[in-house]
Design a protein around this ligand. Structure first.
Ligand SMILES: NC(=O)c1ccc[n+]([C@@H]2O[C@H](COP(=O)([O-])OP(=O)(O)OC[C@H]3O[C@@H](n4cnc5c(N)ncnc54)[C@H](O)[C@@H]3O)[C@@H](O)[C@H]2O)c1
Ligand SMILES: O=P(O)(O)OC[C@H](O)CO
Length: 331
Protein backbone atom coordinates (compact mmCIF):
# COMPACT_ATOMS: atom_id res chain seq x y z
CA UNK A 1 0.00 0.00 0.00
CA UNK A 2 1.27 3.50 -0.80
CA UNK A 3 -0.20 6.19 1.39
CA UNK A 4 0.24 9.85 0.48
CA UNK A 5 -0.81 11.07 3.91
CA UNK A 6 0.39 9.80 7.26
CA UNK A 7 -1.16 10.50 10.64
CA UNK A 8 1.19 10.41 13.64
CA UNK A 9 -0.64 9.63 16.85
CA UNK A 10 -3.59 7.26 17.19
CA UNK A 11 -5.44 8.94 20.02
CA UNK A 12 -9.02 10.02 19.42
CA UNK A 13 -8.10 12.88 17.08
CA UNK A 14 -5.46 11.07 15.00
CA UNK A 15 -7.82 8.12 14.58
CA UNK A 16 -10.71 10.37 13.53
CA UNK A 17 -8.51 12.23 11.04
CA UNK A 18 -7.24 8.96 9.57
CA UNK A 19 -10.81 7.69 9.17
CA UNK A 20 -11.96 10.99 7.59
CA UNK A 21 -9.03 10.94 5.13
CA UNK A 22 -9.68 7.30 4.22
CA UNK A 23 -13.42 7.79 3.82
CA UNK A 24 -13.14 8.03 0.02
CA UNK A 25 -10.87 4.99 -0.27
CA UNK A 26 -7.53 6.83 -0.21
CA UNK A 27 -4.80 5.02 1.71
CA UNK A 28 -3.71 6.43 5.05
CA UNK A 29 -0.88 5.25 7.29
CA UNK A 30 -1.56 5.75 11.01
CA UNK A 31 1.27 5.61 13.55
CA UNK A 32 0.30 4.35 17.00
CA UNK A 33 2.63 4.35 19.96
CA UNK A 34 0.92 1.31 21.51
CA UNK A 35 1.84 -2.00 19.82
CA UNK A 36 -1.43 -3.62 20.87
CA UNK A 37 -3.35 -0.79 19.24
CA UNK A 38 -1.53 -1.30 15.93
CA UNK A 39 -2.63 -4.94 16.03
CA UNK A 40 -6.19 -4.08 16.98
CA UNK A 41 -6.63 -1.45 14.26
CA UNK A 42 -5.25 -3.72 11.53
CA UNK A 43 -7.17 -6.78 12.69
CA UNK A 44 -10.49 -5.37 13.94
CA UNK A 45 -10.72 -1.83 12.43
CA UNK A 46 -11.36 -0.41 15.91
CA UNK A 47 -9.51 1.71 18.47
CA UNK A 48 -10.94 0.60 21.80
CA UNK A 49 -8.33 2.60 23.76
CA UNK A 50 -9.03 6.09 22.46
CA UNK A 51 -12.04 6.18 20.08
CA UNK A 52 -14.26 3.16 20.71
CA UNK A 53 -17.20 4.57 18.74
CA UNK A 54 -15.35 4.50 15.40
CA UNK A 55 -15.13 1.73 12.81
CA UNK A 56 -12.15 2.35 10.50
CA UNK A 57 -12.08 1.99 6.71
CA UNK A 58 -9.98 -0.81 5.19
CA UNK A 59 -7.66 1.80 3.64
CA UNK A 60 -6.37 2.86 7.09
CA UNK A 61 -3.27 0.86 7.99
CA UNK A 62 -1.62 1.19 11.38
CA UNK A 63 2.11 0.93 12.05
CA UNK A 64 4.40 1.31 15.06
CA UNK A 65 7.38 2.11 12.82
CA UNK A 66 8.14 5.84 12.88
CA UNK A 67 10.73 5.47 10.12
CA UNK A 68 7.96 4.31 7.80
CA UNK A 69 6.20 7.67 8.31
CA UNK A 70 9.23 9.90 7.74
CA UNK A 71 9.23 9.79 3.94
CA UNK A 72 5.50 10.38 3.31
CA UNK A 73 4.87 13.70 1.53
CA UNK A 74 2.19 14.90 4.00
CA UNK A 75 2.27 14.16 7.72
CA UNK A 76 -0.41 15.14 10.22
CA UNK A 77 1.13 15.38 13.70
CA UNK A 78 -1.51 14.48 16.31
CA UNK A 79 0.43 13.61 19.47
CA UNK A 80 -0.41 15.51 22.65
CA UNK A 81 1.43 18.85 22.54
CA UNK A 82 3.96 17.86 25.21
CA UNK A 83 5.19 14.93 23.07
CA UNK A 84 5.50 16.64 19.69
CA UNK A 85 9.22 17.40 20.13
CA UNK A 86 10.17 13.84 21.10
CA UNK A 87 8.08 12.08 18.43
CA UNK A 88 8.94 14.42 15.54
CA UNK A 89 12.59 14.49 16.60
CA UNK A 90 12.76 10.68 16.72
CA UNK A 91 11.23 10.44 13.26
CA UNK A 92 14.02 12.42 11.61
CA UNK A 93 11.75 14.19 9.12
CA UNK A 94 13.90 16.15 6.66
CA UNK A 95 11.41 17.68 4.22
CA UNK A 96 7.76 17.59 3.09
CA UNK A 97 4.67 18.99 4.77
CA UNK A 98 4.15 18.77 8.53
CA UNK A 99 0.59 19.66 9.54
CA UNK A 100 0.28 20.36 13.26
CA UNK A 101 -3.03 19.19 14.77
CA UNK A 102 -2.19 19.29 18.49
CA UNK A 103 -3.47 22.19 20.59
CA UNK A 104 -1.16 23.42 23.29
CA UNK A 105 1.97 25.23 24.42
CA UNK A 106 5.10 23.32 25.45
CA UNK A 107 5.60 23.42 29.22
CA UNK A 108 9.10 24.39 30.30
CA UNK A 109 9.98 26.19 27.04
CA UNK A 110 6.81 28.15 26.26
CA UNK A 111 7.14 27.20 22.60
CA UNK A 112 4.12 27.06 20.31
CA UNK A 113 3.88 23.86 18.27
CA UNK A 114 5.22 25.50 15.10
CA UNK A 115 8.37 26.55 16.98
CA UNK A 116 8.76 22.99 18.30
CA UNK A 117 8.34 21.59 14.77
CA UNK A 118 10.79 24.04 13.19
CA UNK A 119 13.45 22.87 15.66
CA UNK A 120 12.61 19.15 15.42
CA UNK A 121 12.17 19.03 11.63
CA UNK A 122 14.12 21.84 10.01
CA UNK A 123 13.53 21.65 6.27
CA UNK A 124 9.88 20.61 6.61
CA UNK A 125 7.14 23.06 5.65
CA UNK A 126 4.77 23.75 8.56
CA UNK A 127 0.99 24.13 8.58
CA UNK A 128 -1.57 24.21 11.39
CA UNK A 129 -4.96 22.47 11.24
CA UNK A 130 -7.27 23.69 13.99
CA UNK A 131 -10.93 24.40 14.64
CA UNK A 132 -14.11 23.13 16.30
CA UNK A 133 -13.58 19.40 15.89
CA UNK A 134 -14.83 16.78 18.30
CA UNK A 135 -13.11 13.59 17.15
CA UNK A 136 -16.15 11.31 17.37
CA UNK A 137 -18.13 13.61 15.07
CA UNK A 138 -15.38 13.79 12.45
CA UNK A 139 -14.99 9.99 12.56
CA UNK A 140 -18.74 9.66 12.02
CA UNK A 141 -18.53 11.84 8.89
CA UNK A 142 -20.48 14.78 10.35
CA UNK A 143 -19.88 18.18 8.69
CA UNK A 144 -16.83 19.99 10.09
CA UNK A 145 -14.87 23.11 9.10
CA UNK A 146 -11.32 24.02 10.16
CA UNK A 147 -8.65 26.64 9.65
CA UNK A 148 -5.65 25.34 7.68
CA UNK A 149 -2.90 27.89 8.20
CA UNK A 150 0.05 27.40 5.85
CA UNK A 151 3.43 29.02 6.42
CA UNK A 152 4.19 28.16 2.79
CA UNK A 153 1.30 30.35 1.64
CA UNK A 154 -0.99 29.52 -1.25
CA UNK A 155 1.35 27.01 -2.93
CA UNK A 156 1.31 24.85 0.22
CA UNK A 157 -2.45 25.38 0.59
CA UNK A 158 -3.05 24.03 -2.95
CA UNK A 159 -1.15 20.85 -2.04
CA UNK A 160 -2.64 20.38 1.39
CA UNK A 161 -6.25 21.25 0.64
CA UNK A 162 -6.19 18.65 -2.17
CA UNK A 163 -4.84 16.07 0.27
CA UNK A 164 -7.08 16.91 3.24
CA UNK A 165 -10.47 18.30 2.12
CA UNK A 166 -13.36 15.84 1.89
CA UNK A 167 -17.07 16.43 1.24
CA UNK A 168 -17.84 16.76 4.96
CA UNK A 169 -14.43 18.10 6.06
CA UNK A 170 -13.88 21.65 4.88
CA UNK A 171 -10.60 23.50 5.47
CA UNK A 172 -10.44 27.30 5.13
CA UNK A 173 -7.14 28.88 4.07
CA UNK A 174 -5.07 31.16 6.26
CA UNK A 175 -1.40 32.10 6.36
CA UNK A 176 -1.62 33.09 10.05
CA UNK A 177 0.10 30.10 11.64
CA UNK A 178 0.56 31.74 15.05
CA UNK A 179 -3.07 32.89 15.15
CA UNK A 180 -4.42 29.42 14.36
CA UNK A 181 -2.22 27.88 17.05
CA UNK A 182 -2.95 30.40 19.78
CA UNK A 183 -6.73 30.08 19.46
CA UNK A 184 -6.59 26.30 19.90
CA UNK A 185 -4.18 26.42 22.83
CA UNK A 186 -5.97 29.16 24.79
CA UNK A 187 -9.52 27.84 24.30
CA UNK A 188 -8.61 24.61 26.11
CA UNK A 189 -7.81 26.58 29.26
CA UNK A 190 -10.99 28.66 28.95
CA UNK A 191 -13.04 25.47 28.50
CA UNK A 192 -11.82 24.32 31.92
CA UNK A 193 -13.13 27.60 33.37
CA UNK A 194 -16.53 27.10 31.68
CA UNK A 195 -16.71 23.59 33.06
CA UNK A 196 -16.12 24.96 36.56
CA UNK A 197 -19.07 27.31 36.10
CA UNK A 198 -21.19 24.33 35.08
CA UNK A 199 -19.96 22.22 38.00
CA UNK A 200 -20.82 24.98 40.44
CA UNK A 201 -24.27 25.40 38.89
CA UNK A 202 -23.72 29.11 38.18
CA UNK A 203 -26.00 29.21 35.14
CA UNK A 204 -25.95 30.00 31.43
CA UNK A 205 -25.46 33.78 31.87
CA UNK A 206 -22.20 33.16 33.70
CA UNK A 207 -21.04 30.73 31.02
CA UNK A 208 -21.73 33.24 28.23
CA UNK A 209 -19.94 35.95 30.22
CA UNK A 210 -16.92 33.66 30.62
CA UNK A 211 -16.85 32.86 26.91
CA UNK A 212 -16.93 36.58 26.06
CA UNK A 213 -14.39 37.69 28.64
CA UNK A 214 -12.26 34.62 27.89
CA UNK A 215 -12.30 35.59 24.24
CA UNK A 216 -11.04 39.05 25.26
CA UNK A 217 -8.11 37.28 27.00
CA UNK A 218 -7.47 35.14 23.91
CA UNK A 219 -7.39 38.26 21.72
CA UNK A 220 -5.15 40.19 24.13
CA UNK A 221 -2.67 37.32 24.23
CA UNK A 222 -2.89 36.50 20.53
CA UNK A 223 -2.49 40.07 19.29
CA UNK A 224 0.54 40.54 21.56
CA UNK A 225 2.14 37.44 20.01
CA UNK A 226 1.49 38.49 16.41
CA UNK A 227 -1.82 36.71 15.67
CA UNK A 228 -4.32 38.45 13.44
CA UNK A 229 -7.73 39.47 14.86
CA UNK A 230 -9.60 37.81 11.97
CA UNK A 231 -7.96 34.46 12.76
CA UNK A 232 -8.82 34.70 16.45
CA UNK A 233 -12.47 35.39 15.61
CA UNK A 234 -12.56 32.52 13.10
CA UNK A 235 -12.90 28.74 13.30
CA UNK A 236 -9.64 28.09 15.17
CA UNK A 237 -10.37 30.79 17.77
CA UNK A 238 -13.89 31.82 18.64
CA UNK A 239 -15.43 28.85 16.79
CA UNK A 240 -13.47 26.31 18.81
CA UNK A 241 -13.94 28.30 22.02
CA UNK A 242 -17.73 28.15 21.66
CA UNK A 243 -17.71 24.40 20.91
CA UNK A 244 -15.38 23.44 23.71
CA UNK A 245 -17.08 25.66 26.29
CA UNK A 246 -20.52 24.17 25.56
CA UNK A 247 -20.28 20.42 26.01
CA UNK A 248 -19.12 17.68 28.34
CA UNK A 249 -17.85 15.96 25.17
CA UNK A 250 -14.84 18.24 25.76
CA UNK A 251 -12.25 16.66 28.06
CA UNK A 252 -11.20 20.14 29.18
CA UNK A 253 -14.77 21.21 29.96
CA UNK A 254 -15.47 17.97 31.83
CA UNK A 255 -12.25 18.38 33.83
CA UNK A 256 -13.44 21.85 34.84
CA UNK A 257 -16.89 20.53 35.71
CA UNK A 258 -15.33 17.97 38.05
CA UNK A 259 -13.21 20.71 39.66
CA UNK A 260 -16.36 22.78 40.17
CA UNK A 261 -17.98 19.77 41.84
CA UNK A 262 -15.09 19.54 44.27
CA UNK A 263 -12.77 16.94 42.73
CA UNK A 264 -9.01 17.45 42.51
CA UNK A 265 -7.26 17.78 39.14
CA UNK A 266 -4.84 15.01 40.08
CA UNK A 267 -7.69 12.57 40.78
CA UNK A 268 -9.60 13.42 37.60
CA UNK A 269 -6.57 13.28 35.31
CA UNK A 270 -5.16 10.20 37.02
CA UNK A 271 -8.33 8.25 36.20
CA UNK A 272 -8.16 9.04 32.44
CA UNK A 273 -6.09 7.73 29.53
CA UNK A 274 -7.02 10.76 27.42
CA UNK A 275 -5.36 14.16 27.44
CA UNK A 276 -6.88 17.43 28.70
CA UNK A 277 -4.40 19.81 27.08
CA UNK A 278 -5.60 22.84 29.03
CA UNK A 279 -4.17 21.39 32.24
CA UNK A 280 -0.66 21.47 30.73
CA UNK A 281 -1.10 24.72 28.83
CA UNK A 282 -2.61 26.80 31.66
CA UNK A 283 0.54 27.27 33.81
CA UNK A 284 2.85 28.04 30.89
CA UNK A 285 0.27 30.31 29.26
CA UNK A 286 -0.14 32.23 32.52
CA UNK A 287 3.63 32.52 32.88
CA UNK A 288 4.09 33.91 29.35
CA UNK A 289 1.22 36.35 29.92
CA UNK A 290 2.70 37.55 33.24
CA UNK A 291 6.15 38.01 31.68
CA UNK A 292 4.63 40.12 28.91
CA UNK A 293 2.27 42.02 31.20
CA UNK A 294 -0.84 40.65 29.46
CA UNK A 295 -3.87 40.54 31.75
CA UNK A 296 -5.47 37.04 31.79
CA UNK A 297 -7.48 36.75 35.04
CA UNK A 298 -9.57 33.76 33.89
CA UNK A 299 -6.44 31.83 32.90
CA UNK A 300 -4.87 32.71 36.28
CA UNK A 301 -8.01 31.43 38.03
CA UNK A 302 -7.75 28.11 36.17
CA UNK A 303 -4.12 27.75 37.28
CA UNK A 304 -5.15 28.31 40.91
CA UNK A 305 -7.86 25.64 40.60
CA UNK A 306 -5.57 23.12 38.92
CA UNK A 307 -3.06 23.61 41.74
CA UNK A 308 -5.83 23.03 44.26
CA UNK A 309 -4.74 26.29 45.90
CA UNK A 310 -8.30 27.48 46.68
CA UNK A 311 -11.87 26.13 46.54
CA UNK A 312 -13.70 26.77 43.26
CA UNK A 313 -16.30 29.07 44.88
CA UNK A 314 -13.54 31.31 46.33
CA UNK A 315 -11.77 31.49 42.97
CA UNK A 316 -15.00 32.55 41.24
CA UNK A 317 -15.69 35.09 44.01
CA UNK A 318 -12.22 36.53 43.39
CA UNK A 319 -12.97 36.94 39.67
CA UNK A 320 -16.32 38.61 40.41
CA UNK A 321 -14.83 41.11 42.88
CA UNK A 322 -12.24 42.55 40.49
CA UNK A 323 -12.56 46.34 39.96
CA UNK A 324 -15.17 47.34 37.37
CA UNK A 325 -13.64 48.36 34.05
CA UNK A 326 -14.36 49.20 30.40
CA UNK A 327 -15.37 46.35 28.09
CA UNK A 328 -12.29 46.56 25.93
CA UNK A 329 -9.99 43.87 24.66
CA UNK A 330 -6.70 45.65 24.92
CA UNK A 331 -6.39 46.24 28.66
N1 LIG B 1 -9.96 14.49 20.71
C1 LIG B 1 -10.37 15.53 20.02
O1 LIG B 1 -11.58 15.69 19.78
C2 LIG B 1 -9.38 16.52 19.49
C3 LIG B 1 -9.78 17.41 18.48
C4 LIG B 1 -8.88 18.35 18.00
C5 LIG B 1 -7.59 18.39 18.50
N2 LIG B 1 -7.22 17.52 19.48
C6 LIG B 1 -5.84 17.59 19.93
O2 LIG B 1 -5.13 16.46 19.44
C7 LIG B 1 -4.05 16.14 20.32
C8 LIG B 1 -4.12 14.66 20.64
O3 LIG B 1 -5.30 14.43 21.38
P1 LIG B 1 -6.16 13.09 21.25
O4 LIG B 1 -7.54 13.45 21.66
O5 LIG B 1 -5.97 12.47 19.92
O6 LIG B 1 -5.46 12.15 22.33
P2 LIG B 1 -6.18 11.10 23.32
O7 LIG B 1 -6.46 11.80 24.59
O8 LIG B 1 -7.31 10.44 22.64
O9 LIG B 1 -5.05 10.01 23.53
C9 LIG B 1 -3.84 10.24 24.21
C10 LIG B 1 -2.71 10.15 23.21
O10 LIG B 1 -1.49 10.42 23.89
C11 LIG B 1 -0.51 9.53 23.37
N3 LIG B 1 0.62 9.44 24.28
C12 LIG B 1 0.60 9.11 25.60
N4 LIG B 1 1.86 9.12 26.07
C13 LIG B 1 2.68 9.48 25.04
C14 LIG B 1 4.08 9.66 24.89
N5 LIG B 1 4.93 9.48 25.91
N6 LIG B 1 4.56 10.01 23.68
C15 LIG B 1 3.73 10.21 22.63
N7 LIG B 1 2.39 10.05 22.70
C16 LIG B 1 1.89 9.69 23.90
C17 LIG B 1 -1.27 8.23 23.21
O11 LIG B 1 -0.57 7.32 22.38
C18 LIG B 1 -2.55 8.76 22.57
O12 LIG B 1 -2.37 8.90 21.19
C19 LIG B 1 -4.23 17.06 21.54
O13 LIG B 1 -3.34 18.14 21.41
C20 LIG B 1 -5.67 17.54 21.44
O14 LIG B 1 -5.85 18.82 22.00
C21 LIG B 1 -8.08 16.59 19.97
O1 LIG C 1 -11.98 17.34 24.27
P1 LIG C 1 -11.16 18.59 24.21
O2 LIG C 1 -11.47 19.57 25.29
O3 LIG C 1 -9.70 18.25 24.10
O4 LIG C 1 -11.55 19.35 22.85
C1 LIG C 1 -11.47 18.67 21.64
C2 LIG C 1 -11.29 19.61 20.48
O5 LIG C 1 -10.14 20.41 20.66
C3 LIG C 1 -12.49 20.45 20.19
O6 LIG C 1 -12.27 21.23 19.04
Amino acid sequence: MTAGVGVVGAGAWGTALAQMLASDGREVLLWAREAELVEEINASRTNSLFLPSARLAPSVRATSDLAEMASLPVLLMVTPAQFLASVLGAMGRKSGDVVLCSKGIEAGTGRLMADVARDAAPGAQIAVLSGPTFAHEVAAGLPTAVTLACEGGEAQWQRLSAAIARPTFRPYYSDDVAGAEIGGAVKNVLAIACGVVDGLGLGQNARAALISRGFAEMQRFGLALGARAETLSGLSGLGDLVLTCSSTSSRNFSLGKALGEGASAADVLGARNSVAEGAFTAPVLAEIARNRDISMPIVEAVVTLLEGAAPARDVVAGLLSRPLKAETVLV
